[in-house]
Design a protein around this ligand. Structure first.
Ligand code: GLU
Length: 306
């Protein structure tokens, strides 16, 4: 099967290229607008270590919300599933930074992949780790096997400067008692993790953890148990694409996560992880070319998880 992947990726690139002017780069974080909008990259890595790539797949970009999966994986590896007492596992069905929903639900975020949920995860990490930013970064570097991965301080600062809504969300959580540490520390970790830069290659490599029962291929040390991995994949499947999670399940049929930097990562358990990057987003905040590329991938391979 493997040898088909490269030609499939090449034909996907040709087919998505006409979409390169559709959608708009996220502008509510001004620093994200400095990226050339017509980029497209895709990297697929199999659990047995074969790499297939097209386009700008080695170019690092802002992973934004994709970082929420790494934070969640780290928190679950540290405290287990009791994190789900402070954050739910239901799709939000509303925007990723909704204040209204948090008010209705008395400060318990719907899931760990919306902003409020990720902030609760950050709060727990601050309680568990001596140097949370550095340790989260080390975790990501280890999963991606790339020591050069880092924060983009300009993006983190831009998010802080214009993060009025996220600052409101964090204060709101604090008012409900669902943030235990300083709001400013929680936001600092949150903005930094969103500013991490990785390439499609890095992301596909890192997400193999979730395609391989919670153990990095080639390693014997489990990061997550099989059961924890299954739960994380379930959360990605139902909550990984803002209020377009149903659409992604419907058209692609894989667990995954998107970010407003234009990245999407998805995985087929036991087979592969795949990442796409293209900065122009649709109205729901997901990469136009990335969504189409992944739909074409599972269609051409004739297999999704369903
Ligand atoms: N840093 C972004 C925010 O908090 C992440 C959003 C995203 O990628 O969904 O708004």
């Amino acid at each position: 099967m493997s040898h088909h992947y490269q030609s499939i990726l090449a034909s996907i690139r040709t087919e998505v290229l006409p979409l390169q002017h559709d959608g708009a780069v996220a502008n509510y974080i001004p620093e994200l607008m400095t990226v050339p909008p017509e980029r497209f990259g895709m990297h697929l890595r199999t659990v047995d270590g074969h790499d297939f790539a097209v386009g700008d797949s080695d170019e690092p970009f802002s992973i934004q919300s994709i970082s929420k999966v790494f934070a969640l994986a780290l928190v679950v590896s540290l405290v287990g599933e009791k994190i789900f007492k402070r954050v739910g596992v239901e799709p939000s069905g509303s925007s990723f930074n909704s204040l209204v929903q948090l008010e209705y639900e008395r400060g318990i975020p719907r899931n760990p992949l919306i902003n409020a949920g990720a902030m609760v995860v950050c709060d727990v990490l601050i309680g568990q780790l001596k140097r949370p930013k550095q340790e989260l970064l080390a975790f990501v570097r280890q999963l991606a096997q790339n020591k050069r991965i880092g924060f983009n301080e300009r993006v983190a600062a831009s998010e802080k400067e214009f993060g009025f809504r996220n600052i409101a969300l964090a204060n709101f959580l604090k008012s409900f008692g669902n943030i235990q540490h300083d709001v400013s520390d929680v936001l600092d970790l949150y903005f930094h993790m969103c500013s991490i830069e990785m390439s499609c290659r890095d992301l596909a490599t890192a997400f193999l953890l979730f395609a391989n029962h919670g153990t990095r291929p080639g390693s014997t040390d489990a990061v997550l148990t099989k059961s924890q991995t299954k739960r994380l994949n379930a959360v990605m499947q139902t909550c990984g694409f803002y209020d377009e999670a149903g659409e992604f399940s419907f058209t692609v049929g894989l667990p995954g996560k998107s970010g407003v930097g234009g990245g999407i990562v998805a995985l087929h358990p036991h087979r592969y992880a795949v990442a796409t990057w293209s900065p122009r987003l649709n109205a729901k905040g997901n990469s136009v070319m990335g969504m189409k590329a992944l739909e074409l991938l599972t269609t051409k391979l004739g297999s999704s998880i369903f």
